[in-house]
Design a protein around this ligand. Structure first.
Ligand code: SAM
Length: 176
């Protein structure tokens, strides 16, 4: 589909209130062509929800919790990757996406509440999906679609137990 290796680093997740949003960050990342999500908190509930979806709907998406965000960023860079932090304070997406697209290995950081100030300096790109406040899910979706230029619609998810046959009306699925 695309040569990119994209992973998400989710920081600031609070298990008592962010489970649903963080799970949706992971599911959005998976559906739109990313390879996995690092979660900078301990939350087996999120890990299990995503693993359930992967088991049923296929593909190889990983979700690793309890990562230390500093070493995650350091290791990613040591492996030749670039780091993109999504923040409304950054440069607007249309102005930087063509500079980011040639990189093969991209770590996308999204926050929950305020992110630690160091993230801005540790990131190679601080990218705004408009300068208006919205959500980590919407900003990630738009970032990935702009990065992949719509090619994520052709993603395949091998090994799926269930898949959908696109239909003008009604619901058609195939179960294996
Ligand atoms: C609900 S927002 C909270 C942001 C927080 N109020 C702050 O000052 O950083 C959670 C995350 O959504 C993402 N986000 C929200 N609006 C964005 C925008 N316009 N552009 C890029 N990312 C955005 C960022 O990753 C942010 O850390």
């Amino acid at each position: 589909m695309t040569h990119h290796e994209v992973a998400i680093l989710r920081i600031g997740h609070r298990p008592e209130r962010d489970q649903r949003v963080t799970t949706h960050v992971g599911l959005t990342a998976r559906a739109l062509g990313a390879k996995g999500m690092y979660l900078a908190s301990a939350d087996k509930g999120v890990v299990e929800s995503i693993a359930d979806v992967v088991e049923r709907w296929g593909g190889e998406f990983f979700c690793t919790d309890n990562v230390k965000w500093r070493s995650c960023i350091r290791d990613w860079k040591a492996q030749g990757g670039v780091v993109v932090h999504l923040t409304m304070y950054g440069l607007n997406l249309p102005d930087v996406i063509s500079e980011i697209r040639p990189h093969n290995k991209i770590l996308v950081i999204v926050g929950a509440e305020k992110v630690p100030g160091d993230i801005y300096g540790l990131s190679d790109y601080n990218v705004a999906v408009t300068g208006q406040p919205h959500s980590e899910i919407s900003s990630l979706a738009l970032f990935l679609d702009n990065l992949f230029l719509g090619k994520e619609f052709a993603c395949e998810f091998p090994g799926a137990q269930i898949s959908i046959i696109p239909s003008r009306m009604g619901k058609q699925t195939v179960e294996r």
